[in-house]
Ligand binder design. Structure first.
Ligand code: 26Q
Length: 787
């Protein structure tokens, strides 16, 4: 399409749908019509790609979460239409930039959901037949605002102005049966447009609706509540995304959600396969299913159940399921491993539970045959202690199990899932995560993209990120480094403008931008970052820290609404900010800013503007991290621990070009059993004066009910005394703080030599090739899916 074609199509679409001209259309109308023109334009191609996927071997990616972000810019980029559309809009005095008001599709919490989105993008770009299956939540992840330093949540009604990138496919609706309820799963399909190829993948999101019509008999007899009850109960299933990441509360509605989309997706696959081939015997030759964590693991007994209903024996069905399923683990933290009360599963999903019992029996039989110790069999069984253990069921049935970074997979094999690895070593693989360079460089950083394309002489890197390696020869080229520095400065200016408008905060683009953006969680240690700022503040005041390069510490993070400590940490960061920012003695050196409603679109602005990427989780806790990769790719140095993908980042880009600190996994294994944080607190005056601030009344945690202690005192006591569920300072905040601050100060001093610092940033960009999700997805395709 050229500019004129697009303009014509857009004008008639606006007139037909809304009776407006491009000049006076509201932003949402403009967005709606642009997308309709695009959707019309790709529809034939999309149909052909779908047919291609369905006629050969394909992979289904089952995920509770797809954190897609804003679709419009990405879709235009992938179609090569960005300029065309912008030109067309300019004729009418409008611009693509106005579409920044369009909401993100935030159907995910964080890393796991965004990874799913990056995978779909990479597969589409590289003609890999992968399709996503998930839930079309009415409300995505809550919107966050900060009021008086506290997080406030608001519902995210993301389809308020429509959802023009989806197509409802009534004809593929599936009936879902629970012990006490029947609902309809209606699919909405979103095209996943491959960059520079004709291939278009599909994301199918299921929406829950009532299987029965509105009950007029009840309504007529005056029973208004009864008349709408079945509808409400049905719609509740896809109403809202659970906002917890890395925890499991075991709620019935959550189990219903998991079964809802798993069963709908399995039914869909069987239906399509049978219609095409007339048999399910060869299902595993054509379909492979990747389970994104344990959330869709209920798909395993569901597939077996449906195969048995089709006449297969249990063993025959199990054999097919074994070939079809693979499971990705995203966490080693015990509290995140899903376990469902057997009684609950039996009540909510009686027929599925009957199959789980059979799987459990087969496990016992198989392990007896291997002469495994009885106690160990009981430990590892899919059903035990009155619970269904989703991870164990997944590993027992699947062909392959994978971790998401080298260190994470090693911990799974040697520690967390050691017993499983001993039985099935051939099942375990590593797939280090990645990110798509289309969104995380080409789209969000056109300035840096242009420089890269200019130096390389082509834009091949957009589909082959290893090309960046060729830029290493410019690492000592002063002109190139200066061009890079000018771009970084421009991106810092852009971010500063946005922060001013969005958060009404002033930040100075001449300062170091030190950025920590990720979900708020104790193991990610935003608390450590906050304490280090206070540490540095006192150091500047008492003169022990000299020549500190002015730094703004930027935080972006959402806390699960019920996670009290995480919320206390948000408030604490804001209190420290108010305190530090207001002190005239430090005001020209230190600043703390917590931005509101960190999401994909905000991330696109933050990652380009960072000088320093904070990746400071306790070693052994962050499975991979993917934000670390986004910041690296845009030329930030990593200030981080030896954890998750940081290990590989440093391996690729050089330890000398990054800032690694803190205890390592092996060291912590030695230290933790003996660790007493109070010894540090009593011996180290500088740490003590920081910690004392939490409880000396300087900061206000907002007052508390009389029967509870203040939340900052609770944070303090978590470090010194622990709590009923954990040892004192179980994330080793105080243990790592000195090495952290030292490293931070070394970085701060290094920054003064701006060319030498830019060189480090540059080498990080050059060596980011490994962290493309193109590499990850090809590895899945080759070594797990065999596509
Ligand atoms: C489970 C049960 C009930 C309610 C919620 C949940 C739940 C929801 C989301 C559990 C976990 C999650 C999300 C986990 C997650 O995002 N993990 C991250 O995955 C990334 C991609 O692999 C990694 O890079 C991160 O290290 C990992 O923390």
């Amino acid at each position: 399409m050229n500019t004129n074609d697009f303009r014509g199509a857009l004008e008639s679409e606006l007139s037909r749908s809304f009776g407006v001209t491009a000049e006076n259309a509201a932003v949402w109308q403009l967005h709606d019509s642009i997308s309709r023109v695009v959707m019309e334009n790709i529809s034939e191609q999309w149909k052909q790609s779908t047919e291609q996927h369905m006629s050969g071997r394909r992979a289904m990616y089952l995920s509770m979460e797809f954190l897609m972000g804003r679709a419009v810019y990405n879709n235009l980029l992938c179609l090569g239409l960005t300029e065309v559309v912008d030109e067309a809009l300019k004729v009418h005095g409008r611009s693509l930039a106005e579409l920044e008001d369009i909401e993100d599709a935030a159907l995910g919490n964080g890393g796991l959901g965004r990874l799913a989105a990056c995978f779909l993008d990479s597969a589409a770009a590289h003609d890999i037949p992968l399709d996503g299956y998930g839930i079309r939540y009415k409300y995505g992840l809550f919107k966050q605002s900060i009021v008086d330093g506290f997080q406030h949540e608001e519902a995210d009604n993301w389809t308020k102005y429509g959802d023009p990138w989806s197509v409802r496919r009534e004809e593929d609706a599936v009936e879902i049966t629970y012990g006490d309820q029947k609902v309809l799963a209606v699919p909405y399909d979103m095209p996943i447009i491959g960059y520079g190829t004709k291939n278009i993948g599909n994301l199918r999101l299921w929406q829950a609706e009532s299987a029965e019509d509105f009950d007029f008999a009840a309504f007529d007899s005056g029973d208004y509540d009864g008349a709408v009850k079945s509808q409400n109960d049905a719609e509740n299933i896809s109403k809202v995304l659970y906002p917890n990441d890395n925890t499991d509360k075991g709620k019935v509605l959550r189990l219903k959600q998991e079964y809802f989309f798993s069963a709908a997706s399995v039914t869909d696959a069987l239906r399509k396969h049978k219609a095409r081939f007339g048999t399910l015997d060869n299902l595993a030759d054509y379909v492979t299913i990747q389970l994104n964590d344990t959330h869709p693991v209920i798909a395993i007994p569901e597939l077996i159940r449906q195969l048995i209903a089709e006449g297969y024996t249990f063993d025959g069905a199990f054999g097919i399921a074994h070939k079809v399923f693979n499971y990705t683990n995203h966490t080693i933290m015990a509290e995140a491993l899903e376990k469902w009360d057997s009684k609950v599963v039996e009540k909510v999903l009686p027929e599925v539970y009957a199959v789980i019992l059979q799987i459990n029996e087969k496990f016992y039989a198989d392990m007896y045959a291997r002469r495994m110790d009885k106690a160990q069999i009981r430990e590892m069984a899919p059903i035990g202690d009155g619970k269904v253990k989703m991870a164990f069921m997944a590993i027992f049935v699947s062909s392959y199990v994978n971790g998401v970074a080298a260190i994470h997979t090693e911990i799974l094999k040697n520690d967390a899932l050691k017993e499983w690895y001993e039985i099935y070593p051939e099942r375990f693989q590593n797939k280090t995560n990645g990110i798509t360079q289309r969104r995380w460089l080409a789209l969000c950083n056109p300035e840096l993209s242009s420089l890269i394309t200019k130096l390389l002489g082509n834009a091949d890197w957009v589909k082959d990120l290893d090309e960046l390696k060729k830029l290493e020869k410019y690492a000592d080229d002063e002109n190139v480094l200066k061009e890079f520095m000018a771009i970084k400065e421009a991106k810092k200016h852009q971010l500063a403008e946005f922060v001013k408008v969005h958060d009404d905060k002033d930040i100075d683009p001449d300062w170091i931008f030190d950025i920590q953006i990720k979900r708020l969680h104790e193991y990610k240690r935003q608390f450590l970052n906050a304490l280090s700022i206070l540490y540095i503040y006192f150091g500047i005041k008492d003169g022990s820290i000299k020549d500190f390069t002015p730094t703004v510490f930027i935080f972006g993070a959402k806390s699960a609404p019920g996670y009290r400590r995480a919320k206390a940490i948000i408030k604490l960061i804001n209190e420290i900010g108010d305190f530090v920012n207001a002190d005239p003695e430090t005001a020209d050196k230190l600043k703390v800013v917590f931005v509101q409603n960190y999401n994909v679109s905000y991330a696109e602005k933050l990652v380009c503007a960072a000088d320093v990427s904070e990746q400071i989780s306790t070693a052994g806790t962050e499975a991979s991290g993917t934000g670390n990769m986004k910041l690296m790719l845009n030329g930030a140095v990593t200030l981080g621990t030896y954890d998750g993908a940081n290990v590989e980042i440093v391996e690729e880009a050089g330890e000398e070009n990054n800032y690694i600190f803190g205890a390592r996994v092996e060291e912590l294994a030695e230290i933790m059993p003996e660790y007493d944080p109070r010894e540090i607190l009593f011996k180290d005056e500088k740490i003590k004066r920081v910690l004392d601030k939490l409880i000396d009344g300087t900061f206000s945690d907002g007052g508390v009910p009389s029967d509870q202690e203040g939340s900052f005192r609770e944070l303090y006591k978590a470090l010194t005394d622990g709590a009923s569920w954990h040892v004192p300072d179980h994330y080793y905040v105080l243990g790592d703080i000195n090495s952290y601050v030292e490293t931070k100060l070394r970085l701060n001093a290094d920054y003064k030599d701006s060319l030498a610092f830019a060189r480090k940033c540059w080498l990080n960009i050059c060596n980011a090739g490994k962290f493309s999700s193109d590499r990850t997805i090809k590895d899945y395709a080759e070594n797990i899916w065999k596509i």
